[in-house]
Structures are given as structure tokens and as C-alpha cells.
Design a protein around this ligand. Structure first.
Ligand code: SAM
Length: 216
């Protein structure tokens, strides 16, 4: 299988055809080899139009959802970004290509260790990865220009809003465990909060103190 051709086709048929327009996002999706973030046995499906299992009952998100979330962050290259839910590391790699520095958190150790290895092998040096409950954010490194949550939350954790800088934006899927709405929360220069509804989506659960409790 020619992964370069498959990736180009993915970008044209799944992203551009559905309205992704940000050239920087398109270039990042063309550049980052998604097949390196899934098990080798699944690599032939890496450019399909769907999320895929990555072990530990977790998933790598659908390429379109990664592109849409990234585009809605309006990154310029200067930002300090916090991602909650490293998973395979794919979204972190896309963010690292488009922002200044990425801080990413994953609660499941084996996934975090695997992601670290792949990200290192790609030479992405501007990513800090921490194992822990990201529903409380990463206090020592706050504030962030951008926060992206890649798991579905029952509500928007106030701690994450608090860790957002003025002028910053937070993207988070919010809803029940079966379906969510992708929300964008912006903190204006005077500190007031604006909430926007983007699209319907379906993510695995954000677990933790300010997420869901029980089984994931
Ligand atoms: N961004 C990932 C990627 O590119 O592969 C996909 C993320 S997957 C849909 C959601 C991830 O969020 C899972 O790996 C899950 O373990 C993680 N997660 C859930 N709750 C979390 C929490 N409280 N803190 C950190 N990670 C969490």
C-alpha cells in the first residue's frame, strides 16, 4: 500500500470535499503519517473515513474530526496549546506542526508511552506529555492560548476555563456518553466567556475528577 497516495486521497475526499479550507491544516494533515499511530495490522485502514481502535478501549479520532477541531482553533504558529486525551498522539502531532508548543495529557499509561515513542520517532520536539487526569488541566503550565479536549465531557470543567488565557479558545465535546456537541468557548480580552455550538460528534468519555466516573 502506498501511504502517501492514501493520505493525499484522504485529504481530498474526506477533508477538502467536506469544507476544510485552512491551508496550514491541510498541509499538516498531508504531512503527518497517520498510519504510524495505529497498530501495524491496522495500517491499511489508517486513511479510512473513521475512528479506529488503539487498544485500552480507546480510539484515534476520524481524520475529518481532527481536521475540523484543528481548523476551529485558528492556530497561527505562536500558541501554547493544551490537549487533553493524547490517545495515539496523532492530534498532538498535527497541533505540534501548527503551534509553538503542545502540552498533552493522557490518563492511560501504556497509551501515553506508545504515543511518546511515535512522536519522538517523527522528530516532533515541541511536545510535552504528562500521564494523569487532564480533566483538572495542567496547572503548573497554565495559562494556555488554546485548550482542546479530545474526549466527551458531561460538562465544561471550570478548571480548564480558568487555565485559558485571555483571548484564548477551548474546544470540547460536551454531552452524554453516546452523543455530544462540539463546543468552542472563547475568553475575550475582558475575561468574559462566549460559548458557540459547532457540530454533533461522538467521542469516548472524558474520565476523571471533572469528567465521568466509573467505567470508561
Ligand atoms: N487525540 C487522540 C488521538 O489523536 O489519537 C484521540 C483521543 S481518544 C478519542 C480519547 C483519549 O482521552 C483516550 O486515550 C482516553 O484515555 C483519554 N482520556 C479520557 N479521559 C482523560 C482524562 N481525564 N485525562 C487524560 N486523558 C483522558
Amino acid at each position: 500500500m502506498n501511504f502517501d497516495i492514501a493520505r493525499k486521497r484522504m485529504v481530498e475526499t474526506q477533508l477538502v470535499a467536506r469544507g476544510i479550507r485552512d491551508k496550514r491544516v491541510i498541509d499538516a494533515m498531508l504531512k503527518i503519517p497517520r498510519h504510524t499511530f495505529v497498530e501495524e495490522a491496522m495500517s491499511a485502514q489508517a486513511y479510512s473515513d473513521s475512528s479506529l481502535p488503539i487498544g485500552e478501549k480507546q480510539t484515534i479520532s476520524q481524520p475529518y474530526m481532527v481536521a475540523l477541531m484543528t481548523e476551529s482553533l485558528q492556530l497561527t504558529g505562536e500558541e501554547k496549546v493544551l490537549e487533553i486525551g493524547t490517545g495515539s498522539g496523532y492530534q498532538a502531532a498535527i497541533l505540534a506542526t501548527l503551534a509553538n508548543r503542545v502540552y498533552t495529557m493522557e490518563r492511560i499509561r501504556p497509551l501515553a508511552l506508545k504515543a511518546r515513542k511515535v512522536l519522538d520517532s517523527l522528530g516532533l520536539l515541541n511536545i510535552n506529555l504528562k500521564i494523569g487526569d487532564g480533566s483538572s488541566g495542567w496547572e503548573e503550565e497554565a495559562p494556555f492560548d488554546v485548550i482542546i479536549v479530545t474526549a466527551g465531557a458531561p460538562d465544561v470543567p471550570q478548571t480548564l476555563i480558568d487555565q485559558l488565557d485571555v483571548g484564548g479558545r477551548l474546544i470540547i465535546p460536551m454531552g452524554n456518553q453516546y452523543e455530544q456537541t462540539l463546543m468552542r468557548i472563547s475568553k475575550s480580552d475582558n475575561g468574559s466567556i462566549v460559548k458557540e455550538t459547532l457540530v454533533g460528534c461522538r467521542f469516548v468519555k472524558l474520565m476523571g475528577k471533572f469528567g465521568w466516573t466509573g467505567d470508561d
